[in-house]
Design a protein around this ligand. Structure first.
Ligand code: ATP
Ligand code: MG
Length: 417
């Protein structure tokens, strides 16, 4: 679990800001859920035999003896909240949320125990049009972040649960013949979650899979048609993708469309955004049958990617614009007042007031370190004459003396030059 330190938060705010902007531009509404839910909610939605539920959840008993879990993902809680508050009754919804998620995994680059996701969930829309919109929206976000050349889209259809059940039998039948050659994880999954083996990163297992039965041979007509239409819509929108027939998601609730946005610039932890359809989940959790589709993206990985590729724009690490010094007790109220009037007159500019006293030299050192382009000098002389000294910190130009009343106007011109 990481602290996100002051010199890192500007990048976070930059990414979060872009996501917010894009999502609200598509008419998505934010929802905020609690960080803990009843443990049972995750078991019933994500699935008892998934990695998350089997070994990654932070589960504890509260003082009433209820079993609670720190949310490992947001979809379950979002569905719970939407149902509980009647948001899904006879209407469509486009929702998003952001916040920390918790999974007890082996920490490594791009994989942490507390990490942050932005999740998007759409309810009540059956057709592949909304699937396409989600992918168009994410593609737009990559463009806004300068990541479009560094992410690629993989899509697949995993059909209905009936189709998967049939396929599952065929796959288990085939893989059982190679049991001894499978890696330990895959051997375990052969019983619990065989489709997940398709996802194995082990090259030997992948080799065995080459001749395995193919999921798309088992897909039902409706899923095939949905997928065909989705591909048409993506083609029409100019969204590039590859169909990866082995793409399955690690959570039980997905069906039909699944997708991942992958980068090749982060090594093994290359999935920056993943999602799909989960038409059965709302009903499974006790609601009226309501189709749904959504995705989650990992903020840590996005930020790591931006930093690795040096794509964080300079303006993100915004420095102070003006540093107002105050030499001597009499200067302090004037410095506080002048700073306030500068903030009013120069919206969007960062005005830092020196606090804590100290010599001229030490105040100028702090002014320099703040990154400000100008220091406002306020000492006994200036106070006596109602003036200020204005000193450029990033050029060789000399200091000028101004009436205090002229300061805001002068700075306005100088800062925009
Ligand atoms: P992976 O295959 O990398 O374990 P996942 O299938 O478990 O991913 P999801 O549950 O679909 O991932 O979560 C969506 C996204 O959230 C991932 O694509 C990734 O960007 C991010 N993510 C998931 N787990 C972690 C983690 N432990 N640390 C950081 N980011 C994570
Ligand atoms: Mg995982």
């Amino acid at each position: 679990m990481n602290d996100i330190l002051p010199d890192q938060t500007p990048v976070w705010q930059f990414v979060e800001g872009k996501v917010r902007e894009v999502l609200s531009g598509y008419g998505y509404q934010e929802i905020r859920m609690p960080i803990v839910e009843q443990t049972d909610l995750f078991k019933r939605s994500i699935g008892e035999v998934t990695d998350i539920v089997e070994k990654e959840m932070y589960t504890f008993e509260d003082r009433n003896g209820d079993s609670l879990t720190l949310r490992p993902e947001g979809t379950a809680g979002c569905v719970r909240a939407a149902e509980e508050h009647g948001l899904l009754f006879n209407q469509t919804r486009r929702l998003w949320y952001t916040g920390p998620m918790f999974r007890h995994e082996r920490p490594q680059k791009g994989r942490y125990r507390q990490f942050h996701q932005i999740g998007v969930e759409c309810f009540g829309m059956t057709g592949p049009d909304i699937d396409a919109e989600l992918l168009i929206l994410t593609a737009r976000l990559w463009k806004e972040l300068g990541l479009d050349a560094h992410t690629r889209l993989e899509i697949n259809s995993i059909g209905t649960s009936a189709a998967r059940r049939e396929y599952r039998e065929a796959l288990v039948g085939y893989l059982s013949g190679y049991y001894d050659q499978l890696d330990g994880d895959s051997q375990r999954r052969l019983e619990s979650n065989p489709l997940r083996i398709l996802d194995s990163k082990n090259p030997d297992t992948q080799k065995i899979l080459e001749a395995a039965p193919k999921l798309d041979d088992y897909l039902d007509e409706e899923s095939l048609e949905h997928f065909r239409r989705l591909r048409e819509l993506l083609d029409a929108a100019g969204i590039e993708y590859t169909v990866n027939p082995r793409l399955v998601r690690g959570l039980d609730y997905y069906g039909k469309t699944v997708f991942e946005w992958i980068t090749d610039s982060l090594g093994a932890q290359g999935t920056v955004c993943a999602g799909g359809r989960y038409d059965g989940l709302v009903e499974q959790l006790g609601g009226k049958p309501t189709v749904a589709v959504g995705f989650a993206m990992g903020l840590e990985r996005l930020i790591l990617l931006l930093e690795t590729l040096e794509l964080v724009p300079d303006y993100v690490n915004a420095n102070a614009d003006v540093y107002v010094t105050a030499m001597g007790d009499q200067a302090v109220p004037v410095a506080l007042g002048l700073s306030e009037s500068l903030r009013l007159a120069l919206p969007g500019k960062v005005v830092v007031t020196h606090c804590g006293g100290g010599s001229f030299k030490s105040q100028m050192k702090k002014a320099d370190r703040s990154g400000a382009r100008y220091a406002v000098i306020l000492g006994d002389n200036e106070i006596a004459s109602g003036t200020v000294g204005l000193k450029p910190l990033r050029s060789d130009e000399g200091q000028q003396e101004l009436e205090q009343a002229e300061l805001a106007n002068t700075l306005d011109k100088l800062l925009d030059a």
